[in-house]
Ligand binder design. Structure first.
Ligand SMILES: [Zn+2]
Length: 232
């Protein structure tokens, strides 16, 4: 096999290595976390905060209603047990009771609303919990698979690197240096096929004499436009 043909093999191995490394990077990025699970956890935290706030206003309203009940009961007792006979005083008690009951009514209305909201938020809370649990399970399976995939890719990369070392040994050092330099500068493609009378690397036509030399494969020919090593 000519040196250029050996370089073509090396380039194929390098392409395989690059693909495996890109796949491993993607698997490693996915191992960093599950966006959907993060989102579900954030939703759960929001719903829990809302639930706590509703519970707190429920407690406050219930305490307020209880406080008003404690004030209403003795006033009602005084109104009806005959202990107060003064009509002015009785009217005063009635008036006070009306005020207390109106206030209690407002609190009770508010409490009904809060209890409705509590019910809705409880449903949201159960949903959010179920969603987090399902996604956690999915994530745990996915992680297992991703870890296996990462190990498989790492092994593949090791084997590709070993093949690369063996293949490198078949190419003279100066040509290898040219290849490495071009590979770094030309997006991973250092060797380009001659297609018709053009270089497949840059699609610019190649002078006939150079083309013949490249096709013969005896000497190393580089594309005058993109510098890539040409092969038949
Ligand atoms: Zn070219």
């Amino acid at each position: 096999m000519s040196h250029v043909a050996e370089l073509v093999v090396l380039q194929e191995i390098d392409a395989e290595g690059a693909a495996a490394r890109a796949a491993l990077a993607s698997v490693e990025a996915r191992l960093l976390g599950d966006d959907e699970l993060d989102e579900a956890r954030r939703t759960l935290i929001t719903v829990e905060a809302e639930r706590a706030a509703i519970l707190s206003s429920q407690r406050k309203l219930e305490a307020e209603v209880e406080r008003l009940n404690d004030r209403i009961a003795p006033e009602e007792k005084r109104l009806y047990d005959g202990s107060v006979r003064n009509p002015k005083e009785l009217t005063g008690i009635q008036h006070e009771l009306e005020l207390l009951k109106t206030t209690r009514g407002h609190h009770e209305d508010a409490l009904v609303e809060v209890l409705d909201r509590a019910e809705a938020v409880d449903r949201q809370h159960s949903e959010a919990q179920r969603s987090v649990a399902a996604l956690e399970e999915r994530w745990s399976h996915a992680q297992e698979e991703l870890r296996l995939e990462a190990r498989r890719l790492a092994d593949a990369i090791t084997r590709i690197d070993q093949r690369r070392e063996a293949q490198k040994a078949k190419v003279p050092p100066r040509l290898l240096a040219t290849y490495e330099d071009l590979r770094a500068r030309k997006g991973g493609t250092a060797v380009a096929r001659v297609r018709g009378n053009t270089c497949s690397g840059c699609r610019i036509s190649i002078p006939d004499a150079l083309r013949s030399r490249a096709l013969a494969g005896v000497v190393v020919a580089q594309c005058p436009s993109c510098e890539r090593i040409l092969h038949a």
